[in-house]
Design a protein around this ligand. Sequence first.
Ligand code: TYM
Length: 329
Amino acid sequence: MKKIVVSGIRPTGNLHLGNYFGAVRNFIRMQEEYNCYFFIADYHSLTTHPHPEHLRQNVKQILATYIACGLDPEKVALYAQSDLPETAELYLFMNMNAYLGELERCTSFKDKARQNPNNVNAGLLTYPTLMATDILIHHADLVPVGKDQEQHLEMTRVFAQRFNSLYGQDYFKLPQAFSYGGDLVKIPGLDGSGKMGKSESGNNAIFLTDTDDVIRKKIMRATTDSGPVEMNQEKPEVIANLFLLVKTLCAPEVYDAFDQAYKNCSIRYGDLKKQLAEDTVKFIAPLRNKIEAILADDAYLEKVRRQGMEKAHESAAKTVREVRGIIGF
Ligand code: TYM
């Protein structure tokens, strides 16, 4: 039996390099080996983006991006979370066994509550139970995500285990976060601290839909410091982050040359940024063109989404039927 893989992305905007290298890059390889369900987490996005104009355009945009990046709708199920109404029912059951204290302690809840104190809604609080639902509804073994989702995966295992012991059955598997190479990835933002995409405004992110000019401008404006003053000194966070972007997008010899220049204090950040900008343009331009072409074909996107939904529905309906039975309905 092939292992089962589930992962999703919230449609709060276009995908950025963090989403790509933290998640989608793994999806592309995993589709060749596993039984994959990749969805657009549109219920999740209501916690911060409740308006229809966000949903309609962004759901399509992510579906087109998944395909442009190389996901094959014949190999994997691509669907929108809201196309699976079973999700809502399992979410209800999951919420019965999730405790206020553990939900309040969740880092993403605390961050979002701090960022937007006027909209600390119950959906935000129970975000981890909805995410656990997405994963458990297909009995996933592996969940390809970036480092920022590690805690949610831990909580998913807690909820699964709690359900199993409450009902005395080994029903849910305990899924693991996954990335090729072992370590979960955290792509830094352009402002020198934290992850790419950490602010919903997207100022610190490079999107797969950014034009060449926008990419160049954003990178040339990325935060740096006044440069190294001692030979072989350690890089401060803002510079280490910039180097991590170079490592991710440029050739290894380019990285090594700039690293050497940093160590011997001859580095010019302007040169590094120009190189990074050109390599990023080279990476993004073909993807952006593909995304645009796919977006123009509404009928194809609808077909893909329907096909994905049918496959996901089969597995979700079975789980919810079984869970109802276990609970005693
Ligand atoms: P979201 O929409 O914030 O991000 C989607 C995926 O991109 C990864 N990611 C990053 N990885 C590395 N560096 C970054 N700077 C970076 N920014 C984002 C995230 O780790 C994620 O893998 N809760 C999820 C969506 C979700 C989900 C699920 C994921 C809902 N249900 C079930 C997996 C399984 C989220 O908000 O991701």
